[in-house]
Design a protein around this ligand. Structure first.
Ligand code: UD1
Ligand code: UDP
Length: 373
């Protein structure tokens, strides 16, 4: 048996690690240990329970309004302790959060191989997204195995002189999770007027906090006021830097629904029902194209260029007039809308976890052979 420690700290990590954890659990050679750092508390629990995953360790790290240095320091010490006690053969983590960066560093210090799921995403700009670009560069340079979702992610790693033989293009596990979840319909439990066009919104990026986020919220309010056939659904991220301005600028409007974060099946349902999505989320940029929904991205740069190149995702930043004009073009120009609602998915075919498991099996078997030589 090989001990594989799978780490998840935040909502998107849990969504994207769930297919890997569930696939590994079916393998007789794999002893799967799940470490929840709980960098997110409620939002992590929400996802783990939907996928029926029970963590073996829970670090309960989250504090309200946590700051990066403190979060990093506490995570590094706590993850290190688990690694020392568990001595896994390999550790897996997904993405670019502080949980992932500290996990890769703790693995390096303990000389334990680290496998990076969703490896190789880059904007090339250390401040955008902040601090995620730095987090994934660190994790990328410490990884023994890279599971790149796309060919262009692989090329990013090769440009950083990562050895080609340890980089594998697998697709993104988010598509595995999405395809399974989207098969069924779920009740949103929110009263929406079906005769109106639904705009689904998410927003949480640190680099947008303050004025940029306020400006994008002002654009959403104006959009609702200028277009009586539109309804906005916004599950608000619980970060106090988001909830405050969201309530202040978007609250009290009859066609703007500010709700708590939705469970993953309900959010997928909301994406299916949406006419248009406006978001700064990484995961949503991958999921929405697969569901044929246009996305306006509230960011200046993206590490996910494939959907932009395919013409189904558009970067609008946080400029109020650009957000309004692009959204209204999609609301009013059916040809333009159709060109962005193609249902293409450059991020995977739903079999990424299967590929990751088979690569891991080979890697761990070779580790034993090499040790025996
Ligand atoms: C984190 C990640 C970001 C990722 C995002 C996914 C870092 C630095 N940031 O950003 O890369 O895109 O998660 O959503 O790793 N909170 C709750 N309950 C929860 C979750 C969060 O109350 O279940 C509140 C807490 O006050 C917490 C704050 O949100 O302190 C911020 O959480 P944090 O994980 O530091 O940052 P995110 O913006 O969520
Ligand atoms: N999501 C969810 N409930 C919500 C909003 C988003 O389950 O209310 C899911 C969404 O489908 C996607 C993931 O959360 O898979 C994205 O998480 P987030 O935007 O927080 O982080 P990012 O992807 O930007 O790191």
């Amino acid at each position: 048996m090989k001990k594989i420690l799978c780490v998840a700290g935040t909502r998107p990590e849990a969504i994207k690690m769930a297919p890997v954890i569930l696939s590994l659990k079916k393998e007789s050679w794999a002893d799967v240990v799940v470490l929840a750092t709980a960098q997110h508390r409620e939002m992590l629990d929400q996802v783990l329970s939907i996928f029926g995953i029970v963590s073996d360790f829970d670090l309960d790290i989250m504090q309200e309004g946590q700051e990066l240095t403190d979060l990093t320091a506490r995570l590094l010490v706590a993850v290190d302790k688990v690694l020392k006690n568990e001595a896994p053969d390999i550790v897996l983590a997904q993405g670019d959060t502080t949980t992932v960066m500290t996990t890769s560093l703790a693995c390096f210090y303990n000389k334990i191989p680290f496998g990076h799921v969703e490896a190789g995403l880059r904007t090339g700009d250390i401040s955008n997204p902040f601090p995620e670009e730095m987090n994934r560069v660190v994790a990328g340079h410490l990884a023994a195995l890279h599971f790149a979702p796309t060919e262009s992610a692989r090329e990013n790693l090769l440009r950083e002189n990562i050895d080609d033989t340890i980089v594998h293009v697998t697709g993104n596990t988010v598509i595995d999770a999405l395809l399974v979840t989207a098969r069924k319909d779920f009740d949103l439990g929110i009263e929406l007027d079906e005769s109106r066009k639904l705009i689904l919104v998410t927003s949480h990026r640190r680099e947008n906090f303050g004025e940029p986020m306020r400006e994008s919220f002002a654009a959403l309010r104006d959009l609702a006021e200028r277009n009586s056939d539109v309804e906005i659904l916004y599950p608000v991220h619980p970060n106090p830097n988001v909830t405050g301005p969201a309530r202040e600028i978007l609250g009290g409007h009859s066609r703007i629904h500010l709700v708590e974060p939705l469970g993953y099946p309900e959010f997928v349902q909301a994406m299916k029902q949406a006419y248009l999505i406006i978001s700064d989320s990484g995961g949503v940029q991958e999921e929405a194209p697969a569901l044929g929904k246009p996305v306006l991205v509230l960011r200046e740069e993206t590490e996910r260029p494939e959907a932009v190149q395919a013409g189904v995702v558009r970067l609008v930043g946080t400029d109020k007039s650009l957000i309004i004009s692009e959204a209204e073009k999609l609301l009013n120009d059916s040809h333009y809308y159709s060109s962005m609602a193609q249902g293409v998915s450059p991020y995977g075919d739903g079999k990424a976890a299967e590929r990751i498991v088979s690569i891991l099996r080979k890697y761990l078997a070779e580790m034993v052979n090499n040790a025996a030589c």
